[in-house]
Ligand binder design. Structure first.
Ligand SMILES: [Fe+2]
Length: 366
């Protein structure tokens, strides 16, 4: 049994400013990687550039990371970083920006390689990455995972490299300007991370301890997600903390079937990541409970919920159900059940029919 989480992690108000020295000692020229506009709006980019200016560290900003970042975007950003002579990368944003920052850091460290290396398991190291989340879901600041989109083969998939940020700086104030939709979609992603890690084939006492606590914290977010309470600064901090802790759980196990099932929903149907995972959670837990009811009851207990019906009702209220055809259902279920790596994340035998049933129960309104 092992616990491994090498990202030096701080969760506190004014985190970036408080850890100026920790940032400055990581490198001498920074590539900052962000989405198109949110890092400007929520103040995170300004905090980082002020610290770099004060420390005399030159930087270049690549503000072109799209949602579900493509390998091509990563390649472009890496070219910018190489031209600039960057020796570390700061990813600011949701999972897209931080995941992209990890792959960009790998390409910067290996200038002789092209983007083709990203999906080839080679012995490559990355330059250091700092992860600064601005949403309450990804957990990417606390994991080694980088999920990218390949348009050439129409898939969204993790690269095989394990790239932990060396420093994670988590400050709830960046969440205060988020829309209600973003809060819900990303918080549901953190919920999925906690649940999937708890029920994972690789689950052990360490990740279950972390997941269980993340679920207890998540319970306290429900009134904000249902808009029964305003998002206060303290609650924003709480939601970011929950996401980082849930990230620490998946750093031990990886995610499981709901994430595997989500990727095509995002790629083909344009569903935001958290929502695309969340729609499968209840049916997946129902299937799991047929083998092991206690684990599922433990999760419901952490969340303070009576049964899976209550869990399903809450998620339906928060994220709804997308429209889908029978042909799409069959094709998605076929693809997931063929992927042995994904199936192996589930601790029990699972048939193609059971996977199809999770899709059907999650997406078809009877
Ligand atoms: Fe996720």
């Amino acid at each position: 049994m092992r616990f491994f989480m090498p990202a030096d992690t701080y969760v506190e108000k004014n985190c970036v400013k408080n850890h100026k020295e920790d940032i400055l000692k990581i490198g001498s020229r920074a590539l900052i990687v962000t989405g198109r506009s949110s890092a400007q709006k929520n103040g995170s980019l300004q905090d980082v550039t002020e610290v770099l200016k004060e420390g005399g560290v030159p930087y270049e900003v690549f503000a072109g990371v799209e949602e579900n970042p493509s390998v091509d975007t990563v390649g472009k950003a890496a070219e910018t970083g190489k031209k600039f002579g960057a020796d570390f990368v700061i990813g600011i944003g949701g999972g897209s920006a931080i995941d992209a920052a990890k792959a960009i850091a790998l390409l910067i460290a290996n200038p002789e390689e092209t983007i083709n290396c990203l999906y080839q398991p080679k012995d490559l190291q990355a330059v250091p990455v700092i992860g600064i989340p601005t949403t309450c879901g990804t957990g990417s600041e606390a994991t080694a995972v980088s999920v990218l989109t390949r348009h050439d083969v129409e898939i969204k998939k993790s690269i095989p490299y394990k790239i932990f940020p060396v420093l994670a700086l988590v400050d709830g104030k960046y969440l205060l300007s988020a829309s209600q939709n973003l809060l819900i979609n990303t918080a549901v992603d953190a919920l999925a991370h906690s649940v999937e890690s708890f029920l994972h084939a690789k689950a052990n006492e360490f990740n279950r301890m972390i997941s269980g606590y993340a679920l207890q914290l998540w319970k306290e977010e429900i009134p904000v997600l249902k808009k029964e309470q305003e998002l206060t600064e303290d609650m924003a901090q709480h939601m970011m903390l929950t996401a980082t802790i849930a990230g620490m759980a998946i750093a031990q196990t990886a995610t499981s079937l709901p994430h595997a099932m989500s990727y095509e929903m995002t790629y083909r149907k344009g569903l935001p990541h958290g929502k695309a995972c969340g729609i499968f959670l209840a049916a997946y837990m129902r299937e799991y409970a047929r083998q092991n009811k206690k684990d599922v009851d433990d999760i419901l207990g952490f969340l303070g919920m009576e049964d899976l019906d209550a869990f399903e009702k809450l998620l339906a209220e928060l994220i709804g159900k997308p429209e889908i055809s029978e042909e799409e259902l069959i094709s998605y279920a076929e693809n997931v059940s063929k992927d042995q790596g994904k199936i192996a994340t589930y601790p029990y035998d699972i048939t193609k029919e059971a996977i199809f049933e999770i899709y059907r129960a999650s997406l078809v309104t009877d």
